[in-house]
Write a protein that binds this ligand. Structure first.
Ligand SMILES: Cc1ncc(COP(=O)(O)O)c(C=O)c1O
Length: 483
């Protein structure tokens, strides 16, 4: 028997956390899955270190027959806290939550209005559902080169095509936000539900110093990764929805269709524990984080003349996540990828780096000391590498305007062949190809490979960015739909 020294206030407010801890505190002789039975250390210490603190939902957090309904109780607490009609906890990340909800939005062949800044999980859901995307192009800020959300005019342009939903990605990967109240009001005027992939926005809504969360702004669904901006277990995610414009029974059906039948207990319990933490201390913790981020940025910025971070003042009020740390490497004339490598040598891993941009993920788990240490490691590297500033460029992920050759689903299931990169231009891609992170498609199945895409992918890769999901990762050949 083992006991966990854990803050009792949180445990009392989080039934799944309590169930997880209670499991390990009880006497047990499991003749159920998981096969490691929390005693794999008898077989090997390393394997035991990996699996002996694992217990599933079925037969771990609850009885095998879910007689206690503890997951439902925790999900209802989350729904209430975020002001939603419905909540589900996923162990499959926002990837699963996005797919579950998109499957519930319409029928194959119907149209859906989607921001082109959508993550690949949204695009793969389109292949699964057969919904046809109407792409909405983000506005690009000329000063910083970053996308600043979908303008209202983009939604107005497509509204006559009767999309079954408006699907937005908010905040975007670099922390910017659309004018959500305007977009939501316009969509609702036409009874169009608004689904928001807020994978990076789980920390919104608990302090007036940060943007409100999208349920509070009137969106019909919010998907967030509890392991990204919030301190949850890897791949834990939360799906919240309102029943006015969305069919909650269909969402439930599709959630179960696409989720594992053996969810691990720790990710589920972590979502519940994070909800309780936000309920008890959300304002205090997010405001402390904001203060730390501001102090960090000021400490590094004080060493340089040109602005080297994206700041809330660069954008209209409320349109930037102020705890997002985005370093503008071009302002110092250096390569984000080179800085990333130098930081790796001193033990720092960053969320994303390409030629012009670096993203450092800051969360409630970071202390003032962590930020100071990062500043002290980063400043000498930046000073050492600094050279002539480059103009702000817009990265490939944000600048492609797709040319459609055939539907995403038809291309996904079509016969395909590999052709040389030079012969691929003008052909229809069978692959989704995206720099990762951010995982935003440069080309999706069914779209035409243009010279800008093929050359842009090659030069992005040459700059040190990982290009993901191409059948041939060298990009010497491309998988295209057979003529
Ligand atoms: C906007 C967006 N949505 C969804 C996802 C997928 O999230 P997860 O890794 O939790 O599956 C990501 C991952 O980076 C993302 O950036």
């Amino acid at each position: 028997m083992k006991s966990f020294p854990i803050q009792s206030e949180l445990r009392q407010s989080a039934p799944l956390l309590d169930a997880y801890l209670s499991y390990f505190e009880s006497n047990r002789l499991p003749f159920t899955i998981p096969g490691h039975k929390q005693k794999a250390s008898r077989l090997d210490a390393g394997l035991g270190a990996l699996v002996d603190s694992d217990t599933p939902l079925y037969g771990g957090l609850d009885e095998i027959k879910l007689t206690q309904g503890v997951l439902k109780v925790a999900e209802q607490l989350a729904a209430k806290f975020w002001g939603a009609d419905y909540a589900r906890f996923s162990t499959g990340g926002s990837t699963h939550a996005n797919q579950a909800i998109i499957l519930a939005l319409g029928k194959p062949g119907q149209k859906i209005a989607i921001s082109r800044t959508a993550h690949r999980s949204v695009l793969s859901a389109l292949s699964l559902t057969g919904l046809e995307p109407i792409w909405l192009t983000p506005e690009i800020d000329s000063a910083t080169g970053v996308p600043i959300g979908i303008p209202l005019s983009e939604l107005e342009r497509v509204i006559d095509q009767n999309p079954v939903a408006l699907l937005l990605t908010e905040p975007g990967y670099l922390g910017t936000l659309s004018d959500l109240p305007a977009l939501i009001a316009k969509a609702h005027q036409h009874s169009i539900p608004v689904v928001v992939d807020a994978a990076w926005g789980g920390h919104f809504g608990f302090s007036p110093l940060l943007p409100q969360h999208v349920v509070a702004l009137g969106a019909d669904a919010l998907i967030t990764s509890v392991h990204k901006a919030l301190p949850g277990y890897s791949a834990s995610a939360l799906l919240l929805a309102q029943g006015k414009y969305l069919n909650l029974a269909r969402i439930e059906q599709n959630f179960e269709t696409t989720h594992t039948t053996s969810p691990a207990g720790a990710p589920l319990a972590s979502i519940d524990a994070v909800r309780a933490l936000l309920e008890l201390r959300g304002k205090e913790l997010t405001e402390a984080l904001l203060a730390h981020v501001n102090a960090f940025k000021a400490e590094v910025q004080s060493q340089f003349e040109l602005p080297i971070f994206l700041n809330a003042t660069d954008f209209p009020p409320g349109r930037f996540d102020p705890v997002k740390i985005v370093l503008r490497a071009n302002q110092l004339g250096l390569s984000g990828v080179v800085v990333e490598r130098a930081l790796e040598k001193v033990g720092v891993r960053v969320e994303m780096a390409d030629r012009d941009t670096m993203v450092f993920l800051a969360t409630l788990a970071d202390t003032a000391e962590d930020f100071h240490e990062l500043a002290q490691l980063l400043i000498p590297i930046l000073k050492d590498q600094q050279s002539t500033p480059r103009p702000s460029a817009t990265s490939l992920s944000w600048s492609v305007i797709p040319q459609i050759g055939t539907s995403i689903r038809d291309a996904y299931f079509a016969d395909s062949e590999m052709v040389n990169a030079s012969d691929a231009v003008g052909r229809i891609s069978a692959d989704l190809i995206a720099p990762y992170p951010p995982g935003v498609a440069v080309v999706a199945p069914g779209e035409i490979l243009t010279p800008a895409i093929v050359d842009g992918l090659t030069s992005t890769q040459a700059a040190g960015v990982r290009i993901a999901y191409a059948t041939d990762p060298t990009l010497k050949t491309y998988r295209v739909v057979t003529k």
